[in-house]
Write a protein that binds this ligand. Structure first.
Ligand SMILES: [Fe+2]
Length: 158
């Protein structure tokens, strides 16, 4: 049984990574010329923000204080250069290949969590599911590839 301190540290870490992720996707949006790519990256950034805000009440519940947003955004932007030179199709392929591992991370967080935290954590896990759904649809050339992202954003704003 993992201890609560490990759970809390991981929760804070993942929250901060989503804030960084928002800045990462928004930063990447400037680097792709392919039609629609920057709009899609903006949606991906919004999904990251939604995921972070979904678990923010848990930070309060556990007395966790995230680092300053601007520091987290700056950290996220340091990853932009790594992918800024890719073609859009290569970036999408990277998402399809790399992101499923994040689902395991989020499920691992759920497995450590007190039961009362699970509903909010599932919204966090779900953001990765819809992001991968998007990437797979985009890779297959589906016209409505952003639907999973838009549905998630709409639900998170509701
Ligand atoms: Fe994310």
């Amino acid at each position: 049984m993992p201890d609560l301190e490990t759970y809390r540290a991981t929760l804070l870490d993942y929250f901060e990574e989503e804030i960084g992720g928002e800045a990462y996707f928004h930063g990447l949006a400037e680097h792709f010329d392919e039609p629609g790519a920057s709009e899609k990256l903006a949606l991906l950034g919004e999904v990251e923000r939604c995921a972070a805000e979904a678990v923010r009440p848990l930070l309060q519940r556990h007395g966790l204080n995230p680092r300053d947003e601007s520091a987290l955004a700056a950290e996220g932007k340091t990853y932009v250069a790594r992918h800024a030179g890719l073609a859009w199709s290569a970036f999408v392929a990277h998402m399809v290949e790399r992101y499923p591992a994040y689902i395991d991370d989020f499920l691992g967080l759920e497995a450590m969590a007190p039961p009362e935290d699970l509903a909010m954590l599932r919204v966090l896990t779900e953001h990765e599911v819809v992001t991968i759904d998007f990437a797979r649809l985009e890779e297959s050339g589906a016209a409505d590839s952003t639907r999973p992202l838009r549905d998630y954003i709409a639900a998170c704003r509701a």
